[in-house]
Design a protein around this ligand. Structure first.
Ligand code: SF4
Length: 296
């Protein structure tokens, strides 16, 4: 049995940076750190960050003496303005790649372009981009949901893309937009870590009997990795942790490819790999015995 772990599996630099900032701040300014929503879409990381003393809030309340940590997903202008007014000190962990998207969108909006965002409606990153603009952005979440009527009223538009979108899907949408809008600028703002992850997934599912994609069911980037892998290999499974592994999946399997979303800790991935190895040990000893549980 051969297990191949994708080189790009797990945390991207934007998530690492935000988590490092949160941990450092929780040590230097204990009890003062607040965050709007979950730091990343992963339950284990959320738990760890909560344990370190970072407090999650749903909305901003008076913040004198408090620090608001802006997440890697970024945020809209209003959040910054309101937080300042309420007395928060702001520490900005917006990923540099997301900040670039904000800058492009703001610049093109100032030059009179209608901003179109290809991305998931209501995703935190998309909300942040929308909130950086003065005019209403048009969000297109998929090829099936292209708003043709609306497009016919747009003379010039600039397209930016949520950093973790699937390039193939995006290009299909852009082809339609090019036909509908005379003056169209397209910025491929899918970030490099996402691109590398998706490139690896063009190969791994083809080279392996079974594919495992590890990450939270709340993680949009993990979902896309799963969709890409599943399209190439029917025996692709999306698991949150080693607990979700099913022994039956390994029947007749000689090679396994493993990847993990940008918000999946390496410890979770390593536990999954260890658990598979435990299953294999037991399989060779006795078919009746269950797989051993590896510890986190
Ligand atoms: S997925 Fe890309 S854009 Fe998002 S935090 Fe990671 S590096 Fe930054």
């Amino acid at each position: 049995m051969k297990i191949t772990l994708a080189k790009s599996a797990g945390f991207c630099f934007g998530v690492k940076r935000a988590l490092n900032l949160a941990r450092k701040l929780s040590l230097s300014e204990p009890g003062k750190i607040y965050i709007l929503g979950d730091i990343v879409h992963n339950e284990l990381v959320v738990k760890q960050i909560k344990k370190s003393g970072v407090k999650k809030i749903k909305r901003l309340k008076p913040g004198m003496g408090r620090i608001l940590l802006i997440r890697a997903h970024g945020a809209g202008k209003k959040i910054y303005q309101t937080a300042k007014k309420l007395g928060y000190e702001i520490v900005d962990a917006t990923c540099p790649k997301v900040r670039q998207i904000h800058e492009i969108a703001r610049e093109d909006e100032a030059s009179g372009y209608q901003i179109i965002i290809i991305g998931d409606k209501k995703h935190d990153e998309v909300n942040g981009i929308v909130g950086q603009l003065n005019q209403k952005a048009l969000i297109i979440s998929s090829y099936k949901n292209i708003p043709y009527k609306k497009l016919s009223t747009i003379g010039k538009a600039s397209v930016v893309v949520q950093s973790t979108q699937n390039l193939e899907n995006v290009l299909k949408i852009v082809e339609v937009l090019k036909r509908q809008i005379k003056d169209l600028k397209f910025h491929n703002t899918i970030c490099q870590p996402t691109t590398v992850k998706q490139e690896e997934l063009k190969i791994l599912p083809r080279q392996n009997d079974l594919m495992l994609v590890i990450g939270s069911k709340t993680s949009a980037n993990t979902k896309r990795l799963y969709q890409i892998a599943k399209a190439l290999n029917k025996k692709t499974y999306w698991i949150n942790s080693a607990k979700d592994l099913k022994k039956g999946w390994l029947k007749g399997i000689e090679t396994i490819g493993v990847t993990a979303g940008a918000s999946t800790p390496d410890s979770v991935t390593q536990t999954v790999i260890q658990q598979i190895k435990n299953c294999l040990d037991f399989r060779s000893l006795s078919k009746k015995r269950a797989c051993g549980q590896a510890q986190h």
